[in-house]
Design a protein around this ligand. Structure first.
Ligand code: PHE
Length: 398
């Protein structure tokens, strides 16, 4: 039983409890998670697109493969690459599994985001679950209509931070579909490229020297097809795949007289680069020290935190005059404890009703970035903090 559904097992079944435990996490919908922040940043570039963010990751093999003309014997269908419930049901391996569904929904432009699943190698940038966002746009297959759509994009002429390398030309190795008029494809391809380039420009608005390159690619569900790579700090990152939608897919969705484009991009790689997150597993951690670093709508650099346990000590004292500067106190603690102090937090502030004296209690969280600390060594430091506070701030320790 998974989410109320039952799937008979067969020789294809290879889903594991670990991978199934991820399907309800929906990181792309947790407002503070960097995956969701990136999703929203991308969505903000496609204002008038309909957003589908809640499709179940459990799809049919028809949706994931057949509808997209992925050949029966293609390696991407194998058990060793996917998580199957049985021969007909699989955890989606890409958001393209929802293309037909979106095309049938009646909306001319839409985005689909979600968790996708692939069995893969294990390292700092691979995890069996990651997230993608798919974009699909179509319009009348009519030169004049296509021209109008393109004009509406109004390529922004302002000086830009990106250096664009695109020497792709449509050629027999990456061809027009025979059913299409080349002029129509040229227009829809230009529309696709403008849409994507302007999105990348916005996502990396703060990056001074960005290189973006377009290269030819192959997907059974688009033709011509391309991949886009971004050079970031000297490394080329593959960020998305895209192309002109295979007309047979349009026709399956009863859109025979339309022409469209689609792209699919991974969110983890972008989020790792933009937030400076060194390990893909961090997106999944339930440690508050991760998630509390982020706010919706904001990209800030991740601050690594320690994997070693804390040692917590409280200190309380009566202050003599009513002036108290917390920053001076923190400075003093740091002076005594150095980098072993992680946080200092006021946990009690109390004024005695008779004497009018004020008592404060601070909680000091000691932790090392690279080893376990012992209670004995922290006791010595804490004693030192107590004595120094007493001497320097003229307080009465409790
Ligand atoms: N689904 C493809 C992938 O996961 C990306 C893609 C989407 C390519 C849409 C073309 C069009 O790699």
């Amino acid at each position: 039983m998974v989410n109320g559904q039952r799937f008979p097992r067969d020789e294809w079944t290879n889903v594991t409890p670990t991978v199934l435990s991820k399907i309800n996490r929906k990181l792309h919908l947790q407002p503070q998670n960097p995956i969701s922040i990136i999703r929203q940043l991308i969505e903000s570039n496609f204002q008038d697109f309909q957003k589908f963010n809640n499709h179940s990751p459990i799809v049919t093999t028809k949706q994931n493969f057949d509808d997209l003309f992925i050949p029966k014997d293609h390696p991407s269908r194998t058990k060793s690459d996917n998580y199957y419930f049985n021969k007909d049901v699989v955890l989606r391996a890409h958001t393209s599994a929802h293309q037909i569904q979106g095309l049938m929904s009646g909306s001319r432009k839409f985005l689909v985001s979600g968790d996708v699943y692939r069995r893969d190698e294990i390292d700092a940038s691979h995890y069996p679950v990651f997230h993608q966002i798919e974009g699909v746009f179509y319009t009348d297959n009519d030169i004049q209509q296509l021209g109008t759509e393109l004009k509406q994009l109004q390529e922004d002429k302002k000086t830009t931070n990106i250096q664009l390398v695109d020497d792709t030309v449509i050629k027999p190795e990456n061809p027009y579909q025979t059913c299409h008029q080349p002029e129509a494809v040229d227009l829809i391809a230009t529309h696709l490229k403008h849409s994507i380039n302007s999105m990348i420009r916005n996502i990396f608005a703060d990056e001074p020297n960005l290189k973006v390159r377009w290269i030819d690619a192959y997907f059974p569900f688009t033709s011509p097809s391309w991949e886009v790579e971004i050079e970031y700090k000297g490394e080329w990152l593959e960020v998305l795949g895209c192309g002109v939608v295979n007309q047979k897919i349009m026709n399956q969705a009863h859109l025979d007289d339309k022409i469209g484009w689609a792209f699919g991009m991974g969110l983890e790689r972008l989020a790792m680069v933009l937030f400076g997150i060194p390990d893909i597993r961090l997106f999944w951690t339930e440690d508050e020290r991760f998630i509390n670093q982020f706010e919706p709508g904001k990209i800030n650099k991740f601050m690594p935190f320690s994997k070693y346990p804390p040692c917590i000590k409280d200190i309380s004292f009566w202050i003599s005059e009513n002036k108290w500067h917390e920053n001076d106190f923190c400075e003093l603690v740091r002076g005594v404890a150095g980098d072993l102090v992680e946080t200092v937090e006021l946990i009690d502030d109390f004024t005695h009703p008779k004497t009018n004296r004020r008592s404060l209690c601070y909680r000091i969280n000691y932790r090392s970035m690279d080893r376990n600390v012992t209670n004995e060594e922290i006791n010595i430091i804490q004693e030192n903090v107590r004595n120094t506070v007493r001497d320097e701030f003229n307080v009465e320790l409790r």
